[in-house]
Design a protein around this ligand. Sequence first.
Ligand code: 3HC
Length: 397
Amino acid sequence: MVQEFEKVGVVGLGTMGAGIAEVFARAGFDVTGVEIDQAALDRGRGHVETSLSRAVGRGKITEEERAAIDARLTFTTSREDLADADFVVEAVPERMTIKRDVFSDLDRICPPGTILATNTSSLSVTEIAALTGRPERVVGLHFFNPAPVMKLAEVVTTVSTSAETVDIVTEVAKRIGKTPVTVGDRAGFVANALLVPYINDAIRLYERRVATREEIDASAQKAAGLPMGPLTLADLVGLDVCLAVMDVLWDEYRDPRYVAAPLLRRMVAAGRLGRKTGRGFYAGKDDPAEPQPTGRFAEMVREEETLELGEMLIAPQIDDALRMIGDGYASAHDVDTAMRFGCGYPKGPTELLEERGAEHVVTTLVAMGEYSLTTIAVPAPLLVDQLPDVGHDGHDH
Ligand code: 3HC
């Protein structure tokens, strides 16, 4: 089925869309990239060119291969040019009004058999599918930043998606060199529901002056062997994207765990969105000096032996992962795969748990709770299950 696919459309060529267009073209598909106007189109083409130059510079592809990839890429400002597309990925800004406009156009322009995928990270795929007359052929295909590098693609299905569509999209994901994890439509899917609250926790610790941003980043990296610390990653992903994910998690669960850190909201309001605006938690030569870690919380963390900064970031994420597995939303294997391939974790959450032992994670969570440094009041049942057997009388059995 996929072999018959030739022409892929990518609507929206921001950082993610441009990366997605590149990934498809590198895998041999003819790609038509669509933007709203010439200026946006030029920027999108620029993203692809920079990324391909980088790949050539690093010896990943030859000049000849680059020329072949370029020849497979077409750029246009007309959605009508997708009239013969077999598969379309949408990566436009995360606003339902914009999605509505795009999907009603795609539904009209593309043949009935064309599969429409959305790269949304914070809107309901089900709602997007319902904007079309072909909800059975609409899925989420969620890529990770930088799209040409990160190997995960979450294939998000809705109650309407047909089994055939899931099969085709899973095969497409493999063909473009990604590792697909197929899940249902739920806020944050797998990776963002685990990653973004952890980033939010880091922002909260920073905001409460528990440590400097460098200390926070370095301690998380050290604790789990991560390629980047959470505040650096927030700048990469975009603070607006992080906030949108927190807000959708809050809307879905109304759990205090998902309340966005006030500083995150303020930074977004101030237009400090991270790398895309040149300023986030880092950057900005004329920024005021970073607030130094002071106050009660910083003292507590220094004094309390059971509170180690890196563990304060990793333990709640492990708890979130076990809750997700306990809910039956994703398997332990899928959770670990998502974090390894989507976020560069050398070990997934269940492997990090195994390394530490449940007792260590629970001790950290309890100590954090005592100082109001987490809203997790009761550790996940699956985590508690793994504690050494303690009977009701409090004695080991
Ligand atoms: N575009 C294309 N290629 C890029 C790139 C970019 N923007 N940034 C890095 N690369 C490539 C490099 O060319 C290099 O390729 P090579 O190994 O084949 O030569 C490779 O990535 C490694 O790059 P560097 O050596 O320059 O840098 P690092 O070793 O520091 O790796 C990183 C950079 C891959 C970004 C790594 O730090 C990482 O994995 N970070 C975690 C990223 C992450 O968690 N992303 C997910 C965010 S969540 C998300 O996107 C979902 C959304 O909905 C919020």
